[in-house]
Design a binder for this molecule. Structure first.
Ligand code: PLP
Length: 362
């Protein structure tokens, strides 16, 4: 079987896949209402939140767009804290809808610096919201969201968080860290296929919602809230993926959130240690290295394209390449969701054989 070791979509356990073969049901009937209600309650436990939580049909990017259009008005000043591709994407969405985006960029491979965020907020007091990526999938870096949040809250700004590749895998206590809108995507640590974005919305975010003037229809949180009072979604949801999520969330709760987080920490550490033991160089600043995705830099003659091809064709291991200017410069090993140290062992054994064939001289 193929080892899908990209940072999403991630492999799904067999019982999760089976749950999606169930016949369709009425998405406005009692059975679905119960499922939606249960799934939402389980997600709240894993988000560590008492805030409103909505399941939107769309990918993670849709969730980010929802965060922007429900919180902001054209012309609003927004601080974009960006450490990679997905930080840039969040900023582009806000910009596209007319926000006045103030970029605060950090070198790719490094984490955001809380003092620089403080300075930016001091310099421009009119900033309304701060956009932050918790886990930057393109570089394998996890921001210190607790520190960034405490700075944002010193200034009482809205904190909008892209947690697409962190929630459900890394610790992110949404309420303790005062995140106003947090977005994740089903195909990441949640062990289900792509198709759902899950968002949590704080009371402060609802105040912003009342004043926000960006155009919105499909993503309107107000519609999601009023339909959820009837345990429904405004639009036809991806019913099968909700079935799947119900099963995967039970698995996660059975393991327990601390267990899930600890497993990702062990697996992340194993990925980094094994990569280094093969003589490879890590791309990300190790202090902030992600426990859901490891980025490895090309070094010692390594041809990344060739390596990925060999890994796929000879070992059925699927690795991710680098995005944008990191194309050809890094490869990434995804290790989130349904993953154990054994999977890292499989990748390591295959790498050991493939690296010399791909030009790597240790
Ligand atoms: N944000 C981050 C951190 C991601 O890793 C991804 C997907 O890889 C996205 C946003 C976009 O999510 P999607 O591809 O589901 O739209």
């Amino acid at each position: 079987m193929e080892q899908l070791r990209i940072p999403g979509p991630t492999p799904c356990p067999e019982n999760v896949l089976q749950s999606m073969t169930k016949q369709m049901i009425n998405h406005r009937g009692d059975e679905f209402q119960q499922i939606l209600s249960g799934v939402t309650a389980k997600l709240k436990q894993l988000f560590q939140t008492k805030n409103d939580l909505f399941i939107l049909t769309g990918s993670g990017t849709g969730g980010l767009e929802a965060a922007a259009v429900n919180m902001l008005s054209p012309g609003d000043k927004v601080l974009s804290v960006s450490i990679g591709v997905f930080g840039e994407r969040f900023a582009s969405i806000a910009k596209q809808y007319g926000a006045d985006v103030i970029p605060l960029r950090f070198e790719w491979g490094k984490a955001a610096d809380a003092d620089a965020v403080r300075k930016a907020l001091q310099d421009t007091p009119e900033i309304k919201a701060v956009l932050v990526t918790h886990n930057e999938t393109s570089t394998g870096v996890t921001n210190d969201l607790a520190s960034l949040s405490s700075v944002v809250k010193e200034f009482d700004k809205l904190l909008l968080v892209d947690a697409v590749s962190s929630l459900g895998s890394l610790n992110l206590p949404v309420d303790d860290w005062q995140c106003d809108v947090v977005v994740t995507g089903s195909q990441k640590g949640w062990m289900v296929p792509p198709g759902l974005a899950m968002v949590a919305v704080s009371p402060k975010a609802w105040e912003a919602y009342e004043k926000a003037k960006m155009p919105r229809f499909y993503w309107d949180f107000g519609k999601a809230r009023s339909y959820f009072e009837k345990r429904q979604t405004p639009w036809t949801p991806a019913v099968s993926i909700v079935f799947a999520l119900s099963v995967s969330l039970d698995m996660m709760l059975e393991e327990g959130l601390p267990g899930v987080i600890a497993r990702h920490a062990r697996v992340g550490k194993a990925a980094r240690e094994k990569a280094k033991s093969l003589g490879l160089s890590l791309f990300a600043d190790e202090k902030y290295a992600s426990n859901t995705v490891t980025a490895v830099a090309a070094s010692n003659g390594l041809d990344i394209g060739r390596l990925r091809k060999i890994m796929l064709e000879e070992h059925q291991v699927v690795l991710a390449g680098g995005q944008q200017h990191l194309d050809g410069k890094i490869f990434r090993i995804g290790h989130l969701g349904w993953v154990t140290e054994d999977d890292i062992e499989t990748v390591t054994s295959a790498l050991k054989i493939s690296l010399p064939k791909a030009g790597f001289k240790s």
